[in-house]
Design a protein around this ligand. Structure first.
Ligand SMILES: *Cc1c(COP(=O)(O)O)cnc(C)c1O
Length: 471
């Protein structure tokens, strides 16, 4: 029987799986921060292309060797940087199948197994978040693209309501679509607005409170000034404070003006899946479109996110590479009708494995554990003299400042550098309420109470040594 693999190819695949397994087993012992600099790591790889090819297994072995010391342990339970999930191992296993199966996920008709898994992921996530079952959804690379797709769906619908077909006529000469956005929005929706032709600078920024939540009165007056129904971009989970916009108060104001509500819920929207926490974003389900990441709270391997749109029609009208809503070739959605890509990786499949592995109770446990640990870390660090938590901890994000004023900002940087340099835990930097902060994001699947204690100890010790030096 002929084999689909040569000996060296078979060795290459097995050796990649072995190296990956060995790496993940060793992660808890490795310093989080890479020991090799970017320049040195790049120099290891950036060689002239070899004239003659190498056997497949030799290529893989060399890549593994050259990566040694040059990886950041983002999958560690001690990683608290940015807002990143840790690539759940069951998702990693599924991701290996995704590559091995070599399916182009763009067509439902050609790849039945992938369609089965990805549609199920959409159904499950929509259900977990308490959104209407008939919503349209697309699996994309992350929240930046999910925000872009949501905004392009809004663009289609708001202009169609004014008798303008943006897909055919474009934006030149189109009626005005006022865009209102939270003054504490992430940079991603601003990029999305640029990609969708709205410009990042012509939007109206709506004033927020000290936690970064849109103020209902400020929104009301901004909406009153709109000549046409506006597109309004709200947020579930502010990057520094983890706060939620007061959807219950804000959405009726926008709906009264026939506006479109898009929610950037990259990580925070997951709280809707937790009955005890869902109140914090009450009525977020009344929006028109939502962006959510699968590679943040669900800990899917990079990259995966999802856009969800209440009314599927503007989603398909703006995304379909076929240009219009053509008759279905199967009873299932064509994946390419809901995403910008025609050909793409089956990036929803690892999330199928993770959701199946966790079950509904596992998802609830994951999100509530992180929120509980964030609260615990905040309480413990607040007891240390000179450390302050600047935000009201309502989800998984903490904004920590050391000392006071400008000198405090300098010390905060010194403490962060020391903590990262020690290699045992890894929060990252930020700016919040005029202060330099250490931002702590509790979102890795592996993070437990023990990890949280290590973080508290590492930060407390670093702060105490910095203080001892200045005295
Ligand atoms: C991470 C994040 C984004 C961007 O998501 P990507 O997956 O990195 O594209 C957008 N908005 C918020 C609130 C985020 O936290």
């Amino acid at each position: 029987m002929p084999s689909g693999l040569t000996d060296d190819e078979e060795k290459a695949i097995k050796s990649a799986v072995d190296a990956g397994t060995t790496y993940r087993r060793k992660v808890p012992e490795l310093p989080i921060r890479p020991s090799v600099s970017t320049d040195d790591a790049v120099a290891r790889f950036r060689q002239p292309l070899n004239e003659h090819g190498l056997p497949a297994d030799a290529v893989i072995d060399e890549m593994v060797r050259n990566s040694d010391g040059a990886l950041n342990q983002m999958s560690s339970g001690n990683f608290y940087g940015y807002v990143l999930g840790g690539s759940y191992p069951v998702g990693v296993a599924a991701d290996i199948l995704v590559s091995a199966w070599g399916q182009n996920a763009g067509s439902a008709f050609e790849t039945p197994a992938i369609t089965g898994m990805e549609r199920t992921v959409c159904d499950w996530v929509i259900d977990l978040l308490g959104l209407p079952g008939e919503c349209g959804a697309g699996i994309v690379t992350g929240a930046t693209v999910a925000n872009t797709v949501g905004i392009m769906s809004a663009r289609n619908a708001l202009l169609a309501a004014q008798g303008w077909d943006v897909e055919q006529q474009g934006l030149f000469g189109a009626p005005n679509v006022p865009v209102l956005i939270s003054d504490a929005a992430h940079s991603a929706p601003f990029a999305a607005l640029r990609y969708a032709g709205f410009g990042a600078g012509r939007v109206t920024r709506v004033q927020v409170d000290s936690e970064g939540r849109v103020l209902p009165e400020a929104l009301r007056s901004a909406v009153e000034e709109c000549d046409n129904p506006p597109m309004v971009i709200l947020q579930a989970g502010q990057i520094n404070s983890g706060a939620f916009d007061p959807f219950e108060e804000l959405i009726p104001i926008i709906k009264a003006k026939n506006g479109w509500v898009h929610v950037d819920g990259a990580f925070g929207l997951w709280l809707s899946a937790v009955p005890d926490l869902a109140d914090r974003l009450k009525d977020v389900q009344r929006a028109d479109s939502w962006a959510i990441d699968l590679h943040k709270w669900l800990n899917a391997p990079f990259d995966a996110g999802m856009v969800i749109v209440r009314n599927r029609e503007p989603l398909v009208a703006s995304m379909s590479a076929r240009g219009a809503y053509l008759p279905q070739t199967t009873d299932h959605w064509e994946p390419t009708d809901s995403t910008p890509e025609l050909s793409r990786r089956a990036r929803g499949v690892p999330s199928y494995a993770i959701l199946k592995h966790l079950g509904r109770s596992g998802v609830i446990e994951l999100v509530s554990r992180h929120c509980r640990l964030a609260r615990y870390i905040a309480d413990e660090l607040s007891k240390v003299s000179g450390l302050q938590i600047l935000n009201d901890v309502v989800s998984n994000q903490l904004a920590l400042a050391c000392g006071e004023g400008e000198e405090g900002d300098r010390l905060t940087k010194v403490v962060l550098e020391a903590v990262q340099g020690n290699g045992r835990v890894y929060p990252t930097h930020g700016e919040w309420r005029g202060r330099t902060i250490i931002r702590i994001s509790v979102i890795n699947y592996a993070t437990t109470d023990e990890h949280a204690k290590t973080l508290i100890r590492e930060i407390t010790q670093a702060w105490k040594s910095v203080q001892a030096e200045i005295e």
